[in-house]
Design a protein around this ligand. Structure first.
Ligand SMILES: NC(=O)c1ccc[n+]([C@@H]2O[C@H](COP(=O)([O-])OP(=O)(O)OC[C@H]3O[C@@H](n4cnc5c(N)ncnc54)[C@H](O)[C@@H]3O)[C@@H](O)[C@H]2O)c1
Ligand SMILES: [Zn+2]
Length: 355
């Protein structure tokens, strides 16, 4: 898959083994790996044993660590690795490892060569394309960041076999979101393949990863810098980010997005934009089956959710923003979501989810 970027074009390659790492060593002699600590524990003695450990940095991953301190630590370690302008940074891990290392790659020496190997479903199906790098700052998610794509992405689907269910279902949330954004044919495809995806069938999953990336590319191709159409990828995220905050990140990102889509659809239905029949159809056929982590009732408290939404950086002015689905399967963004609408949607969602 070739991705056009205003910064630099890059490729996404699907691979059946990790031999490509050896070829990378030949092509980029000055390289340093940054590997997600859990990935290293799982694969350090297996398919990653070919990595030269003198050029290896282990990165612990959690949202608290997606910050400037981790970035500084990597600058220091990379500079000890005698990092020069021709250094290639190879990062191996999920979305958190991607965000930290992508930021480092984009800023060290004003940008070094960066190869990314996504190891989670979320990262393989979604975050590995789109050029965004993000850090959390003072409790706010993704407040700092750059646009900087890797020069190459290698997707090794077998990495997904070891994901914990909670991380797998987080990725699944983004996979179903992208399929819904892909229109009615992709929605039907998603409904057909969902039972197999829930069982983590690798063949069906691989197809879903391909499709998700193709749909995402359709949204970012003309709007890499997120000034218009790309913003629609935030479907489910306006409520989703709030829910991550009210649950203190107990609900993983993609699962919060699933509940976020449910809430956005209720608001859209209440506005008469989405028919009740379509709202129920999307919930019954896609959203409920994809929900592994049920939110606690208090996470859907109106005041807590509105406060969290107000903090969301994507808000414009004093109003609350929301991406909504239409009956035509088009999407649009509104900036005039009212607290009453939020409250009504939250009450209804609690009933639907039997909370
Ligand atoms: N840059 C972007 O465009 C973009 C887009 C979407 C999300 N994100 C960010 O990505 C992050 C979420 O990413 P994520 O869902 O990949 O989470 P993650 O990076 O936290 O990974 C989830 C867990 O899975 C572990 N893990 C990684 N690979 C594994 C494997 N193969 N087997 C077993 N365990 C493995 C990790 O160590 C971690 O504990 C969030 O911080 C989000 O903001 C970034
Ligand atoms: Zn997301």
């Amino acid at each position: 898959m070739k991705i056009h970027s205003n910064i630099k074009d890059y490729t996404v390659s699907f691979v059946n083994d990790t031999d490509f790492l050896l070829r990378l060593e030949d092509r980029f002699p000055e390289q340093c790996y940054v590997v997600d600590e859990n990935v290293w524990q799982l694969y350090g003695d297996g398919c990653l044993c070919i990595l030269d450990t003198k050029d290896l940095i282990i990165q612990s991953v959690n949202e608290e660590q997606k910050d400037l301190l981790s970035v500084q630590r990597l600058y220091d370690l990379l500079m000890k690795c005698a990092a020069k302008r021709n250094l290639t940074l190879v990062s191996i891990g999920g979305g958190i490892a991607q965000d930290i290392t992508g930021f480092v790659a984009s800023t060290l020496y004003r940008g070094i060569n960066w190869v990314y190997i996504p190891t989670t479903l979320l990262a393989q199906a979604d975050s590995c394309i789109g050029s965004k790098t993000s850090l959390n700052y003072k409790g706010s998610k993704n407040l700092i960041g750059t646009f900087y794509p890797p020069s190459e992405v290698f997707i090794y689907p077998n990495f997904l076999n070891t994901l914990l269910d909670i991380d797998y279902f987080s990725g699944l949330g983004e996979v179903v979101k992208l399929h819904i954004l892909g229109g009615i044919l992709k929605i039907q495809e998603c409904i057909t393949s969902l039972p197999a995806m829930l069982k983590r069938d690798p063949v069906v999953l691989l197809q879903a990863v391909h499709t998700s990336l193709a749909i995402k590319y359709g949204y970012i191709a003309e709007d890499e810098f997120d000034l218009g159409r790309r913003n629609l990828l935030n479907y489910g995220h306006c409520f989703g980010h709030a829910l991550e905050a009210t649950s203190n990140f107990e609900i993983p990102h993609g699962q919060a997005v699933v509940v976020g889509m449910l809430l956005a659809n209720i608001v859209a239905r209440n506005r008469g934009i989405l028919s009740e029949q379509q709202q129920t159809f999307i919930s019954d056929e896609i959203l409920f089956p994809s929900l592994l982590v049920m939110p606690k009732k208090e996470y859907l408290d109106t005041d807590a959710v509105i406060n969290a939404m107000k903090k969301d950086k994507k808000r414009t002015g004093e109003s609350l923003a929301l991406i909504m689905m239409h009956s035509s399967f088009d999407f649009s963004r509104v900036n005039d979501l009212t607290p009453q609408e939020v409250s009504m949607a939250l009450s209804e969602s609690k009933k639907i989810l039997s909370l």
